[in-house]
Design a binder for this molecule. Structure first.
Ligand code: DAH
Length: 345
């Protein structure tokens, strides 16, 4: 029995060539070259051949097997590559498509103003110090020269936590802590930002919670001239280089003498307008020379050392700087409102 090996090879090769997918080719491979495949079946035929024909037959089957294996491997590589390319083409990312919008947050206007004030004082060599919001009466009042029966307590209606603790009503409490902690390490030059609380009814100009920035300088030979020069520099950095300041006699228990500081109106330049209620001046902060008794209570020799202090209202400063007319806007968390404020410097 003679076979046309060439024709058989050509037929099988053609089948391999026309396999259209990796899985179809794999199936074909099993059919041809697997244990129960057609090549093995041919091998089985060898048994029925006359011994002298076996060698030739065996070589032919082996040649066929080798050719088929090579062709299957080559075709497999080809098909895998095609399928990968198709997959890649399908998964292609169009990098020219516009990206999803990324929304940035903005800092709260009170944070912006607080940071701006801190930067001004840090540039003059001040350190920034914070203190607790739940404070002892001692620091909030007693050491600030406001004993239990002092009428000034009525001006700062207080949230008490218990008999000796309260929500601080003023950052002056931090000033008292700094004096106590650093009284033996003079000079002191600090600003102390923080939230304060008072039992006020909220309206356009009052909030039961607000933010202050305390300032304190203590050393040898500190005078009112230092206070005035410092606060003039602050007012000009904050509200513009043309600004003038004036000191108006006032009263605070922890300073003597005490002054309120007015800055010439940045809207009308001092001529008089609705922002400054026609006066040309806007009150921006309270200040004074640290009361000798306050220094003594902190163990500082008031005959040798002196100091000045001031308290800035952050909301008031933000409202003046940004023309905000209702303090409640700063606490309503309305993003449309809050996103308007950026720092320009
Ligand atoms: N603690 C005062 C207040 O809350 C503000 C103040 C005034 C602070 C004068 C000071 C100062 O340090 O010297 O109204």
């Amino acid at each position: 029995m003679s076979r046309n090996w060439e024709q058989l090879t050509e037929q099988l090769m053609e089948k391999i060539r026309s396999a259209g997918s990796v899985s179809a080719l794999e199936q074909l491979r099993v059919e041809m070259l697997g244990k129960k495949g057609s090549v093995n079946a041919l091998m089985q035929e060898m048994k029925s051949l006359a011994p002298e024909d076996r060698k030739e037959f065996g070589m032919a089957v082996n040649n066929l097997k080798k050719s088929l294996e090579e062709r299957v491997a080559a075709r497999m590589t080809e098909l895998k590559e095609n399928e990968l390319n198709e997959q890649l083409a399908k998964d292609k990312i169009d990098i020219t498509l516009p990206a999803d919008d990324f929304t940035y947050g903005t800092l709260h206007p009170l944070t912006l103003v607080q940071q701006e004030i801190e930067d001004i004082f840090v540039s003059m060599g001040y350190a920034v110090v914070e203190g607790p919001e739940v404070e002892f009466d001692v620091y909030n009042f007693e050491k600030a020269n406001i004993p239990a029966d002092h009428p000034a307590r009525d001006m700062q209606d207080t949230f008490y936590v218990d008999v000796e603790r309260l929500l601080r009503t003023q950052t002056t409490a931090i000033q008292m802590r700094v004096l106590e902690a650093q009284g033996n390490k003079l000079p002191i030059k600090v600003v102390c930002p923080g939230k304060v609380y008072r039992r006020d009814d909220d309206d356009a100009t009052h909030s039961h919670q607000f933010v202050q920035m305390e300032g304190l300088v203590v050393g040898e030979g500190i005078t009112q001239a230092d206070l005035k020069g410092t606060l003039e520099l602050f007012a000009r950095s904050m509200f513009g280089p043309q600004r003038e300041i004036r000191l108006r006699q006032s009263y605070f228990p922890f300073t003597e003498p005490s002054q309120e500081i007015d800055v010439s109106c940045h809207v009308c330049g001092g001529k008089g307008c609705p922002t400054c209620k026609g006066t040309g001046w806007i009150e921006i902060l309270g200040s004074g020379m640290v009361h000798p008794h306050v220094l003594e209570m902190a163990g500082i020799d008031s005959s040798k050392y002196s100091g000045f202090a001031f308290g800035i209202g952050i909301e008031r400063t933000a409202m003046l700087k940004y023309g905000i007319d209702d303090i409640r806007n700063l606490y309503l968390n309305n993003l449309k409102f809050l996103r308007n404020y950026k720092r320009f410097d």
